[in-house]
Design a protein around this ligand. Structure first.
Ligand code: IMP
Ligand code: MG
Length: 427
């Protein structure tokens, strides 16, 4: 596969609302690269991996950590909850994986999630308009960054800097009366984080640049998905970072010219956790079936995921905003368990037919009801236990892949048909 990819930098991003199976695809592709980098989001992500007998979920550390010879990078665009990061390092060590400063490199400029960010996130969810966030403090942390009083990982190294910056946050957010903000306690806690994380901090952009200069390859591991992007997603029902491929450049501090390959990952159906529009959402019984077959429960929060049919109109939009060069299709085996397969190709609203995603979103925002127009493909029958090429797949799934390629105008380059490492092939 690596030979087929053109550039030194390969970006893997979600094409839906997250949970497309990016983790297992990154795990597979990382065999052919030298480093894996995260460039946005935080521990709202949950990348599930099933390797041999081991199953684990990574929230912050790139999935490349599962291969001992890979360097893992966490870029400036990521927001880091130090307790979660240190906990994840401990968890990996119980699986025999050591996160040393030689292997794990963290941007000095990544912003830090503090306990009060989580409290703000949770209180908002309880009190005001519900987004259905993961309550991990992601949004409030990015707010402080954009408001220019955020605290970066490098600030954890100095009690003086922490005092100044924490006081500014308390003042700016008018949180003085909040019982959980005791600046001295926070400084003590943050300094302990700083001492533990200091050996891992560096200029990650420089590390990537140096790797490229030496002819090495880097895989950029996206989190969440195109439709959760703060600018291009189903606003306001989105996360607080840019999830599209261009963010790989900004979230690590490297030039765009290195990024030639953009792989968009999509499930063979659709899921969403949290609130917001989901035009191809299934009937209650279809959703139940998807959930049961595909174990569609959040890897981060355990929430049951909303489930529905592959939406090619939305995916076409995701191809455009990412500049995707290839599609990776996951969980096709789950789709094979459905009695009949449906694929949304456009939408209608009232007397308007053949609407694209952007038009449908505009109308939905104005209160119109959006109905997907489906192509029905019939049932697929079971997926063989081992598949190496498209020809070995059930006919209905081959028809579906032809429809996807025709609609999206990019090739399906990789297909996964089970949750374990190895249950995927390149087409
Ligand atoms: P936040 O990122 O926690 O602020 O949540 C904002 C929205 O994004 C909610 O609908 C979440 O369920 C969703 N979300 C955030 N991260 C993920 C993810 O990794 N997978 C799926 N949904 C996510
Ligand atoms: Mg996930």
């Amino acid at each position: 596969m690596a030979q087929k990819l053109a550039g030194p930098g390969i970006v893997v991003v979600g094409g839906q609302w997250g949970d497309e199976g990016k983790g297992r695809i990154v795990d597979s592709l990382s065999a052919d690269v030298d480093a894996v980098a995260r460039f946005h989001g935080g521990n709202n992500a949950g990348h599930s991996l099933h390797i041999g007998e081991q199953s684990l979920v990574l929230h912050l550390i790139p999935c490349g950590i599962m291969r001992p010879d890979k360097i893992c990078l966490i870029g400036n665009g990521v927001v880091i909850d130090p307790d979660v990061l240190l906990g994840e390092m401990d968890k990996l060590s119980t699986h025999g994986i050591r996160c040393t400063p030689e292997r794990l490199k963290i941007s000095r400029n990544a912003h830090v999630i503090f306990p009060f960010h989580k409290s703000i996130d949770a209180s908002r969810e309880a009190l005001s308009s519900k987004i259905g966030t993961t309550k991990r403090g992601i949004g409030p942390c990015y707010e402080d960054k954009i408001a220019r009083f955020g605290i970066m990982i490098k600030d954890l190294l100095s009690a003086n800097v922490l005092r100044k910056k924490l006081s500014a946050i308390v003042k700016n957010r008018a949180l003085l009366s909040s019982p959980d903000i005791v600046v001295d306690d926070l400084i003590a806690r943050a300094r302990a984080w700083g001492d533990k994380l200091a050996p891992f901090l560096c200029d990650v952009g420089d590390v990537v640049d140096e790797l490229f200069r030496r002819g090495k390859r880097v895989l950029f591991e996206g989190a969440q998905g195109a439709l959760l992007d703060i600018d291009h997603g189903t606003y306001p029902f989105v996360t607080s970072s840019n999830c599209v491929a261009a963010q790989a450049s900004i979230g690590l501090g490297i030039g765009m010219s290195h990024l030639k390959d953009v792989l968009l990952v999509s499930k063979a159906y659709c899921t969403r956790v949290g609130e917001g529009p989901f035009f191809s959402e299934g009937t209650p019984s279809e959703q139940e079936r998807f959930r049961a077959l595909g174990n569609e429960f959040g890897a981060t929060t355990g929430r049951p995921r909303r489930c529905g049919w592959l939406d090619l109109a939305a995916l076409k939009y995701a191809v455009r905003i990412n500049g995707a060069t290839g599609l990776v299709l996951t969980k096709i085996d789950i789709l094979c368990g459905m009695d009949t397969i449906k694929v949304a190709t456009s939408y209608s609203s009232g007397k308007h037919r053949n609407l694209g995603f952007v038009d449908a979103m505009e109308r939905w925002t104005c209160g119109e009801t959006i109905v997907p127009e489906y192509e029905t493909l019939g049932s697929a029958g079971p997926m063989p236990s081992s598949v190496n090429k498209i020809d070995e797949m059930p006919t209905t799934t081959r028809d579906m892949i032809a429809l996807i390629e025709k609609t999206l105008e990019i090739p399906v380059v990789m297909i996964s048909y089970g949750k374990h490492r190895g249950q995927e092939f390149y087409s």
